[in-house]
Design a protein around this ligand. Structure first.
Ligand SMILES: Cc1ncc(COP(=O)(O)O)c(C=O)c1O
Length: 382
């Protein structure tokens, strides 16, 4: 291990502004969901060009609520890409529905449109396109197919805060968009998530679902003229509320979003220029009109040309202080899903291939120019 350097795969950028913002909820004593979360939601909705945003404890819980809000449950099938984080499929399981795994496009790592068409059947109720690593799925092709078959769309935009296609933002294409504020994401609140929608009824339902199914949330009730009257509980809800401390941090993080993404885009371009001599390392592809927000910079290792395997490469880089990861996982190859649905790993060859050969290299807002140069130098030296 190089003693001098240790470059993490991701690290959140926060400073005294976030600390200062937390003073308000800390000193007021209102720590759970309150006015900071509400302000965060409003700002988030504005940035993403939607009418409503409903904060949750994570993107996983946002996906769970999104499925429930759209009435998806036992007997229903939901098409999800296999190459994603496990939470996309797990949320479908929580709702009692069946995740049906679809292959991905090798260039973009996103849902294969051809694969999607082939999987639709009378039990299919919804599709969850994932905007993986900060690049939107091909919504211009996916949406008409869903409309034709009357399928709901839940965007898994966990990695795609601020990403867009021809100016239209992630989270504004489908019925509901779901975002993550985990520390590996572009903006963070520690843990946290958000649902976005243009539908008022859906937004209201999500709002009740995340708060035990209460007909009126505490922060509204406490300000009403009858704060002593408890709400009605007409539906089965959950406690998926974000805290006001997180809301306060989130607001500051959003004010940094534009510069975070610009910085990531600049360094992504720098990597492309600097590493173009490595013919065995395929750089991430960005179709025209797409704004990639580079939650991760995920390459593909062509083992036919590479000096060693992807896994050996990860080991060598790690020994020199450079942390890498597989882009993500092929969920259909994970034991829970193999056991439950008896899935052949080779049935989705591109997802399997990317599971084995994708490589995320460090790119985040805490890296210095020297860090980037170091990563490139080590990679070129292998
Ligand atoms: C594509 C995708 N979906 C869902 C999630 C789950 O997000 P969270 O950790 O906020 O629950 C993640 C997190 O890594 C993700 O990358």
């Amino acid at each position: 291990m190089d003693k001098k350097r240790k470059i993490s795969i991701a690290a959140p950028y926060l400073d005294k502004k976030e600390i200062a913002a937390m003073r308000k909820p800390l000193l007021s004593g209102w720590l759970t969901q309150g006015s900071c979360v509400e302000d965060f939601e409003k700002r988030f909705a504005k940035i993403h060009g939607v009418r409503y945003a409903v904060a949750t404890t994570s993107c996983t819980t946002a996906l769970h609520l999104a499925l429930l809000a759209l009435g998806i449950g036992p007997g229903d099938e939901v098409i999800v890409p296999s190459f994603t984080w496990i939470a996309t499929a797990n949320a479908v399981e929580y709702a009692g529905a069946r995740p049906v795994f679809c292959d991905i496009e090798p260039d973009t790592y996103n849902l294969s449109v051809k694969g999607l068409k082939a999987l639709i059947n009378p039990r299919t109720r919804a599709v969850i396109p994932v905007h993986l690593f900060g690049l939107c799925a091909e919504m211009d092709k996916i949406k008409p197919i869903c409309q034709q078959h009357k399928l709901r769309i839940i965007e898994d935009a966990a990695c795609a805060v601020g990403a867009s296609v021809n100016g239209k933002k992630a989270g504004s294409f489908g019925d509901i968009g779901c975002f993550s504020f985990h520390p590996r994401k572009i903006v963070t609140t520690g843990e946290g998530g958000m649902c976005t929608t243009d539908n008022k009824t859906v937004a209201r339902y999500l709002t009740a679902l995340r708060n035990h199914g209460a007909s009126i949330p505490e922060e509204k009730r406490s300000l009403s003229d009858k704060p002593y009257r408890l709400p009605d509980f007409n539906i089965l809800g959950y406690n998926y509320r974000m805290t006001d401390l997180q809301g306060a941090i989130g607001l500051v993080q959003l004010s940094r979003l534009k510069s975070f993404i610009l910085q990531r885009q600049r360094w992504a371009q720098w990597y492309r220029d600097e590493l173009k001599g490595l013919k065995w390392l395929k750089m991430p592809f960005v179709p025209a009109g797409y704004r990639h927000s580079y939650q991760s910079f995920v390459c593909y290792v062509d083992e036919n040309k590479a000096p060693c395997s992807r896994n050996e490469l990860m080991e060598k880089l790690y020994s020199r202080g450079v942390n890498t990861r597989s882009g993500t996982i092929a969920v259909h190859m994970q034991n829970y899903y193999v056991r439950k649905y008896n899935i052949d790993p080779d049935s989705l060859p591109v997802a399997k291939d990317c599971h084995l050969h994708s490589l995320a290299i460090p790119l985040h807002n805490r890296m210095s120019p020297q860090d980037y140069k170091y990563v490139a130098r080590i990679l070129k030296g292998i």
